[in-house]
Structure formats: structure tokens, C-alpha cells
Design a protein around this ligand. Sequence first.
Ligand code: GLA
Length: 709
Amino acid sequence: MINFVDNCFFLEGKDISYVMRIDKAGHLLGCYFGRKIARAAMQEVPDRFYCWMSWGEDGDVLDEKPQEAPTYGHTDLRCPIVSFKDRVCVLKYKTHRIYDGKGEIEGLPSSYDDEGKAQTLEIDLEDAAQGILVTLFYTVFDNRNTVARHIEVVNNSGEDVTVDAFYSMCLDFERSDFAETHFAGRWGMEREKVTSPLRRGSFCVSNARGGSGHFMNPFVMLHDCGANERSGDVYSFMLVYSGNHETRIDVDQRFRTRVLQGVNPFDFEKTLKSGEKLSSPESLLTFSHEGFGGMSRALHEFIRENIVRGYWKKRERPILINNWEATYMNFDEEKVLSIARLAKKLGIELFVLDDGWFGKRNYDDSSLGDWYVNYEKLPSGITGIAERIEEIGLKFGLWFEPEMVSPNSDLYRAHPDWAIHAKKIAPALSRNQLVLDLTKKEVRDFIVDAVVTHLKEAKISYVKWDYNRYITDMPYKGYNFDYTIGLYDIFDRITSAAPEVLFEGCSGGGGRFDVGVLCYMPQIWTSDNTDAIERVYIQYGTSFGYPTSTMGSHVTASPNEYTKRQTPMKTRGDVALSGNFGYELDITKLNDEDLKAIAQQTEQCREVRRLVEFGDFYRLADPFSGNIGAWQVVSGDKKESFVCMTRIMFQSNGYYQFIRLDGLKKGAFYKDTYHEDRIYSADELMYRGVIADFPHGDFVTYTMRLVEV
Ligand code: GLA
């Protein structure tokens, strides 16, 4: 609900309030964002004058004021939400509009509301003298604790205006006794939790490598220093964007905190002709006073309900088997079919043919762009192999990496200018490939046509959309933004042409794990690192921002391909069961014991997957600060719960540990169907805890399936 009273805007979500005020001079000031509060006039920050301040003709010193859309260079010398080349700009309130529902952002993905719960506020701020209009958009949802924000810049100046930085949001806090947590990583080790207290100065979580990146996820939390899973104020900022991004946190000279999030201003510039506008990506601001757990559950719900859309939004995801770690590019039709036949017997539901099915691709040095089947490997073509897989009783899925081109490909030979390249310099190779220039319409049309033709011709139920390198040699400042807009055009056209196909995003594992992608594809491959133990950390870190229904997680061989670590089949299964479950190993080489275990795991998955994919997620023990990683998923009606605890190392003369569960129905009783229906009281499980009764040895799990009795 949104109200405008006495020059104050009161925005209210489920348990949150967001308050702003227009001051006497027409500046839009921030007042409050946090736990829901009564709608009443708030104390104003006094117009106090400090030494070494500048003031404008209205006497205002904006350096001292919390602002929603600060500009730089006049009376505020902090980092602005938007800046223009060669000009200083002063924005003042012009008008506003409040309406039910939520609009789209032209060319960019954004959240939506299909339950009639959203209201939107648009505030126009103007530099009338220079003809610059900045509109701030805020959407609140009656049933959520997230505010969706973005901005739009319109040039009405009559001449060209160059925007050289524009974030999606700015939020000023009158305090700095926060800590920040972000999720950093690298290939194979995505989203490690990194926490540090704020200090005076600036800190940026940013990426300039092309996609949203393995290095820094576009998701940052600001929280009480003592916040934990159950208590403490936690704010989170998540960008709906898959390109170069930045979240900047500044603590200023008077210990106030400014948060800015949006497109990375480094290497950004956009010239607007008179009459043109520029829209920013959307930023999602979520708050909970119930710690990290409360914030995550609120955000997960928002992503499941207001980001993910379409046919798969509420559908259970199929148990898949992918041939990548089983065969790499070395396969033929018989090999594929032999895996599929056995997979069917074991209860698997979807076969995914990964890289190597097209052109002359036997190694990563050729053929990206040549999206026609390699008949030597697959004599009956994609149509034929898809039919045969369907006859076996599995659905068929196919891998593509459409944004790329190999220099050794027919596509590159025909269109060398389609690869991104800067002037007078040969483009840098990575994994022997180049990136196609998605700012060109003909390139986008080619990609859409290449993929959609396959989806129309063959019975393809699933697509893995890969993207396996950084973008280099970008020809101009701001190119990455244009590329990302081009990418969304492709995503939009392809996913709308095949609305029932399940798309899974991927980028060398989780190198483009963001809600921009999730607006088109309901799930993403979490990491190429499939070692069950390292996955405990990766999935635990990912869970702060993203729900389990978005995370692909597969059982692979032991010893693991990358780490060479040996882990029990049960551990690999239990950890993978905590996401979109699947397999990625040559099952035809397994012994009977492992095959039996797989048949049991697929049964187990069918029993718990609705709960796991769509339930409420509780983190119970942090592997980043202990020897156990544990989490729990509870169904919306609290009748059922799945608990997964992993002990990393066995310790000699170790001691038993109680893990306190969460989210159950107080006073209720539950049986643990994995341990002979042993009955527990919910109160005991939640307030005393349960002994994590691990088997002997390293890398072991203890799981529970609780059903209310
Ligand atoms: C990337 C993906 C893998 C696999 C390979 C194929 O690395 O993350 O899962 O698809 O590409 O080349």
C-alpha cells in the first residue's frame, strides 16, 4: 500500500515500511526503510551547518541529508545515483503518480505481480533549467517484504546528454554500525560468504568481466553486526541484471552509510539524444528483522513468486542425467542410448545431451556457432536421438552455447565481424572461443533461428544454455550494457517461442547466477564443482539469496573429477537432493550397489522434491565457520520437513553435537521416516536440538524426513 500525506510517501509491504519526504526546497529525502512502523510524521534531520560544507541558493546542504536520488557536485559531494558528463545537475520534485500493479522495464527483465498485490509509485525529479528528468520507480507488494526499485533518465534538453553513471537505487542510512556480507568466488568455488564490519570509506562488490560473474554475485546484505540466522536487522540488495554490476557501500565522514546498486559505472557511458530515455535494471531491496533466515525466506518467496514465471514456475523439476562428466565430447548414439536405457530403469526422467553434438566438435577448439548435428556421432540426427530417448521413456534435453563462436567454425569463416572485437587489436581467446556481438540485430536473429529451429524440429523438453568465457575487447564504453540488452532480447524471443521447454542457465557452472537470468530460465547450474563436500559450501552460500528451486545439483562420480575426493554415494545423493536433483556420471560403469542406491535416491527425490524445491529454507549450521553444514526445508503447511546435515571431517575423540531445527509447528509431533518412524516433539527438535548421529568417517551426512503425526 502506498500513501502520500503531508509531503511524505509511506510505502508498506507485508512487514516493512519505506518512508520518504519532500523537503521545503523540493528535494526527495529518505526517512526510513525497515520493520513496519506506524504512519506518522517523522522527525526531520535538522538543517545543521557544519564547517566545510557548501550550500545552494535555497540554503540546503544536501551532503547532510539522506537522499533517494543524489547527484554530485553541488551541495552533495558523495557518490551520486546518476551523473552526466560535463554538467552538474540538481534534481527537484516535480510530480508523482501512484497506481495499482507494476509495469515492465523496456528491454530489461523485472519482477512482476500476478496476484493483484502490487502498488507502484513513480516520482518525477527534474532539473528544469537543463531539461533533465529522472523518474524513480518503487513497487511494494502487500504480501512481500521486498521493494522493487529502478530509475529512468529522460533527456529533454534539446541537445545530446551523456550519462556516465547510473545506479538503480540509492539508500542512505543515518548509521554505520553495520556489517556487510557478499558472495565472492571464482570458477568452481562460487558464492563463498564474506563478511566484514563497515568502516569509513567505500567498498564495492562489482564485476567488469562481462556477465554477472563467478567473482562477485550481484547480491549484498547489510546487517546488524550481531545478526544471526534467527534475529537481527538484515537488508539485502539484489540486482535483476546479468551484466557488469556494482553495489557500492560508502560510510562518510559523519558515519552515515550510502548504498548504491546498479550497472557498474566503470566502463559505462551512454549518450541520449534529446527526447531519448534510459532505464536502469531493477534492484530488489528486502528487509527482515528476523536475521539472515528471515531475509532469505522472504527473498526466496519473492524469487519463486515474482521473478520465476511461466510453465515451470510451480512444477516439480525432472530428475535428469547429463552426459558431460560421463563422456565429455566423446560419445556416439549407442553410448547415449545405453546411458538412457539404464537411467530409465533407475527412475531418472530426463536425458540431457551436453556439449559435442554439433559441427566437428570433439574438443573445445572448434564449431561453436555451427549448430547443426554431427551425423558421425549421431546418425539419426537430433530429431532421431530425441525420438529414441522418448521411446525409452525419458524426456530429451540439449546443450547450447549460442552466444559464442569458435574461430574454427563455418560461422566465423562466413562472418568474422560478428565476433566482438575492438579497433586494431585481435580479440583475446578464452577456451578457444570468441563472443558474438549481441548488439547486432542480424547476430541475434541468427541465434534465435538456430536454437528455435531445433526446438521446433525435435522433441526437446529442456535446454541447457551455456556461456563459457568473459567478454573482452568490448569496442566502446557502455558496450556491456548494450550486449546485456541484446542478450535479454534473445532470451525473451527463444523462451516465448518454446514456453513449455525447461531452460537451465549455466556459465562455467554458476558464473551467471542472477535473477536477470531467472526471469527467463527457472533454474541455473550452480557450479561445475560437483564434489559433494565443496557443494555444501557452494549451496549454503547460494542459499542466502536464491531458493533451492533455482539450483541445479547433481550426483557425480567418486573420486570426483575435479577434486579427486572420494565421498560415499549417500553423501553425494543427500547433498544433491537439496536442489534440482540429477546425475552426471557414466552409470553404465557403476557396480550393483551404486545402481541400487541410485534407484533408491530417485524414489526419495520423488517423495521430497516438491517440499525441497518449494518449501521454506532454514540454515542450521554454517560450514564456513564449523565442521558441519546443515539445512532444513519445511513445507508451507509445516506438515513435512527434510533435514540434511553434512559433517566435513571426522575428528578422533570427537563429541556429539546437537543441531537445533527450525520452522516446525510448535507443540506438534513429527515422525522421522528415515529412522524407523521415530517420534519427536517439534519443541524438542527446535529448542533442544537433535543429535546429528553421523556414521563413522569423513564426508558423511545425516538426513531426516519429518512428517507430522
Ligand atoms: C561448461 C558447463 C559444463 C559443461 C561444459 C561443456 O563448463 O558448466 O557443465 O556443459 O561447459 O563444454
